[in-house]
Design a protein. Structure first.
Lengths: 95, 269
């Protein structure tokens, strides 16, 4: 039993020694744990006016629209141009 | 009135057609908001309070890529003396804050060089942490210290960052030995050198990064800073061998510095 315990301790010590990366001469080191995570959030339609990134072409185009006259069935305009992104929900703007 | 209405409708149709012609459509409502399939190394925090996605929040972003009522995704500019990097940042209404580099980007972009070109600091901080701090400041939320994860390597449980600087001319050798029991998934490095000085009399410089006597990269120039950030084949770090990483820096003026940072992603038994 005693010999078995010694064997376990020796194995543990050897395992501990084996489980280290050896580094020498570095000014700094940082070891960080990596832990998985899971984002469950789903995309939800935009409800309010939201200018993600002003886009000149879109701004010019939209300035030409008299927003008060837009009919109610028209809802969200999805306007994408190159890398810029603009989402506008017209409904809140209709007075 | 009727003419005005026709104009409005035609403008809306024009915008719709223009949008459909230029870009891919957005995923419909209900799709996962976080782009886990595109993400590589990530720093994340989940807070216990709801976050409002507002127009004000977009000010923290260098570029907004996607936005919905439940999330915002974009890039944030992080500046350090060796250049600017643009990690992606995702925020959602459930309280998730995730800063990440794309799976295709070199992992060593996480290195944030501190100090300045003439007095580089040997402290380690990641650009992902800084990106989270940037958006948290705009959102007026204090974030706890983030956790890290790499979506490309679900088996990996550790990231090791090693960093050394040469504040003046010279050669420096560092060593690393990886035990056989470890499984190395990725190795990446960030090497820079400079002799940057505002005055015109700055000298020329040359700097070399060698791994086991193999020249990995060499940069040289005058009055500027050059950097190389890329992933290295993991075969360079054969296990149970003490590998030498050597950096040399020569300069003809007094200004400038050089630095090397290595990032390893691996599984520790």
């Amino acid at each position: 039993m005693r010999a078995f315990k010694c064997l376990i301790i020796c194995a543990a010590v050897l395992t501990m020694e084996a489980a280290a990366i050896e580094i020498q001469g570095w000014d700094a080191s940082a070891s960080l744990d990596l832990q998985p995570f899971d984002v469950q959030t789903a995309i939800a339609p935009l409800k309010t006016i939201f200018w993600a990134k002003p886009d000149t072409a879109a701004v010019i185009a939209l300035n030409k629209i008299d927003i008060k006259t837009v009919a109610k069935p028209l809802k969200t305009i999805y306007f994408c141009r190159y890398d810029n992104f603009l989402l506008i929900d017209l409904l809140p703007l209709i007075r | 009135m009727c003419q005005k209405m026709m104009f409005v409708i035609s403008m809306v149709i024009f915008l719709w057609v223009f949008a459909a012609a230029q870009t891919t459509l957005n995923p419909p409502a209900g799709f996962p908001a976080f782009p886990a399939q595109s993400a590589g190394i990530s720093a994340y925090v989940k807070i216990d309070q709801p976050v409002r996605i507002t127009e004000a929040l977009t000010k923290a972003f260098y570029r907004v890529i996607d936005v919905s009522a439940s999330h915002i995704l974009g890039t944030v500019q992080v500046s350090h003396f060796a250049g600017n990097v643009y990690p992606h940042v995702y925020i959602d209404t459930d309280g998730w804050f995730v800063a990440f580099f794309l799976a295709t980007e070199p992992t060593a972009l996480v290195i944030q060089w501190l100090g300045d070109t003439n007095n580089p600091s040997a402290a380690i901080k990641t650009t992902l942490e800084t990106a989270l701090e940037t958006v948290a400041k705009v959102a007026r939320i204090t974030l706890p210290k983030p956790s890290f994860y790499d979506f490309r390597f679900p088996e990996a449980n550790k990231m090791l960052i090693l960093l050394s600087v040469l504040p003046s001319e010279g050669t420096k050798a560092m060593y690393i030995k990886i035990p056989n029991e470890y499984k190395l998934f990725l190795s990446s490095y960030f090497f820079y050198a400079c002799n940057f000085y505002e005055a015109l009399f700055a000298g020329e410089y040359a700097a070399t990064f060698k791994l086991d006597e193999t020249t990995i990269t060499k940069v040289e120039g005058k009055e500027n800073l050059q950097q190389v950030v890329e992933d290295l084949p993991t075969s360079y770090f054969e296990p149970e061998i003490l590998h030498e990483i050597k950096v040399s820096f020569t300069q003809s003026g007094d200004e400038g510095s050089a630095g090397i940072a290595i990032v390893l992603i691996y599984r520790e038994p």
